[in-house]
Write a protein that binds this ligand. Structure first.
Ligand code: NOJ
Length: 546
């Protein structure tokens, strides 16, 4: 049976999920060895449930030499012993389920670690059954620099391996050889991995590096390409679970989205990389137009599919789909110094330092995150306004441990700092002494309490996840206004991207009766609100009375 035939029994929980991403290694250390672990995460589930999130996305927790922070997997069927055991994982799953929290895990199958036993056997022995698990060449073509993903550290997509006496393909670090997904046996392995974790109760997979699956691979049969593989993966998931979903990491141009969603029979969700880049351009220019244009370029997607909106995640804020000049504007506004930038295409900072800690702007950006069509992704620490540590190399700057309290190491671990696998931010404006959960819980005006509120408001408006959305023209270029409508209910939001306070008139008479729901401050409201007043970087959410 094809996946499309299973669509009728898909559970649509993800259409209005609140997703929270974290790395077990940097969340909570339960045994004082300096490394976060599954028992630590399990202890913090009540905090997450209290915040109102409905789904977790866990970064890779598999055994790994950690050349790429776990995105180099040595064993797909186990838990890195530093983070706990498979038993700890099962306990964690039970407790998450008891709190109604679904768990997405990373599926990293574009490549393995160079230390995976498959690669070890493949390189040693040409006759190994694993040789064709990877992509070899005696004479690889010259690599196109535009295709090199980590240009700061790699200069080719092909690496010569002495033992194998051949070159192997690697899109990412050379310690991450690409799997040969055109080999049906490899596809069988991937199906088994999916089935294994579904059997342990996960709610689905964040699928890593999807656009590279068939890149540079000579596909055996013309008809078996990325689209067929995406349908096969979907079938592997949907044949075992009507709830589980696939969330693809695919930073591609808008014309390519259809390949990933298919007719609702491929990926359930995509990260909104494209709209996110346009959003940052709009924020840098303090003009609504780039965001509106970005959203307007999104195709209509099948009813069962969804966009995952985000502000920042564990990688760089990539700006690769913008022009050089547009990227320059974002750098100038948010990452003016070279060490704040990375890979010639992105920013390696968290949001609050990008905005000089300006609470009004931080709220504005997250209010947009919750209001835009799709569902929101919160990254651990966003809810307390954690900062970055630019003294750390590369993307490690935004991967520092969670800051729980004023206790040593921010309450993350009792181990001495020299034993921490990742160091806590322990000084300055973003040090744990100033930015932590405990202090913000005591403060009614804290960012943490603001997140509580906006999550509650977002949950009351399923029209944002399900509805038809419309961008509304206004008489103020700095104001982004849009409305989401579903089942005769509608929510309208206005966001002022500029520091100039203003009054804004919507160029439509369909919205005469607006009821205040939420905003950056209590505004004087009435039944007929137009023109709408907005403070500097102000935002307002309204229910539309039909
Ligand atoms: C995308 C992940 O988000 C990133 O952290 C990783 O380096 C690459 N894929 C390779 O797995």
């Amino acid at each position: 049976m094809r996946a499309s035939e299973k669509m009728a029994i898909q559970n649509f929980w993800y259409k209005n999920a609140i997703i929270y991403s974290l790395d077990v290694e940097t969340f909570m250390d339960s045994n004082g060895d300096g490394v976060g672990d599954f028992p630590g995460l399990t202890q913090r589930l009540d905090y997450l449930a209290g915040l109102g999130i409905t789904c977790l996305w866990l970064h890779p927790f598999y055994p790994s030499p950690n050349r790429d922070d776990g995105y180099d997997v040595m064993d797909y069927y186990n838990v890195d012993s530093r983070l706990g055991t498979l038993g700890d994982f099962v306990e964690f799953m039970h407790e998450a389920k008891a709190r109604g929290i679904g768990v997405l895990i990373d599926l990293v199958v574009n490549h393995t670690s160079i230390q995976h036993p498959w690669f070890q056997s493949a390189r040693r022995d040409q006759a190994s059954k694993y040789r064709d698990y990877y992509i070899w060449s005696d004479n690889p073509p010259q690599s196109d620099p535009a295709e090199i993903i980590f240009p700061d550290e790699e200069d080719s997509l092909w690496e010569y391996d002495e033992q194998a006496d051949a070159y192997y393909l690697h899109h990412f670090y050379k310690e991450q050889p690409d799997l040969n997904i055109s080999n049906p046996v490899v596809r069988d392995e991937i199906r088994k991995i999916i089935h294994f974790w579904l059997a342990l109760g996960v709610a689905g997979f964040r699928v890593d590096a999807v656009p590279h699956f068939f890149d540079n691979i000579e596909v055996l049969a013309e008809q078996y390409q990325l689209d067929s593989f995406l349908e096969d993966m979907r079938e592997a998931v949907s044949s075992r679970s009507s709830e589980a979903v696939l969330l693809a990491e695919a930073n591609v141009e808008s014309e390519a989205f259809a390949t990933y969603f298919g007719e609702g029979d491929r990926m359930h969700m995509l990260f909104s990389f494209f709209a996110n880049q346009k959003k940052f351009l709009a924020l840098a220019q303090k003009q609504a137009a780039p965001l509106a244009e970005g959203l307007q370029q999104l195709p209509e997607i099948p009813r069962s599919c969804q966009w995952l909106n985000f502000v920042r995640h564990h990688d760089e804020l990539t700006l690769d789909q913008l022009s050089e000049a547009e990227r320059g504007k974002i750098y100038e506004a948010f990452a003016p110094e070279e060490h704040m930038q990375i890979f010639g295409r992105g920013v390696r900072r968290r949001l609050p330092p990008m905005l000089n800690g300006d609470r009004r702007r931080i709220e504005l950006v997250y209010s947009l995150l919750f209001a835009l069509p799709g569902i929101p992704l919160i990254r651990y620490g966003d809810e307390i306004g954690m900062g970055d540590d630019l003294s750390l190399p590369g993307r490690d700057s935004v991967r520092t441990p969670m800051q729980w309290s004023e206790k040593p190491n921010g309450g993350f671990s009792t181990a001495a700092p020299e034993h921490h696998s990742k160091s806590v931010i322990s000084s300055g404006e973003y040090g744990y002494q100033k930015v932590n959960v405990t202090a913000q819980q005591r403060d009614a005006d804290s960012l943490l309490n603001w997140f509580d509120q906006i999550i509650r408001i977002r949950k009351q408006h399923p029209e944002i996840g399900w509805g038809k959305w419309k961008i509304i023209e206004t008489d103020q270029p700095s104001v982004f206004a849009h409305c989401c409508e579903w089942k005769n209910k509608a929510v309208l939001t206005v966001h002022n991207l500029s520091e100039q306070a203003c009054t804004v008139t919507l160029k439509s008479d369909a919205y005469d009766h607006l009821i205040d729901l939420f905003g950056d401050r209590p505004y004087k409201s009435s039944q007929h609100l137009q023109p709408i007043s907005l403070q500097s970087y102000g935002y307002r959410w309204f229910r539309v009375e039909q």
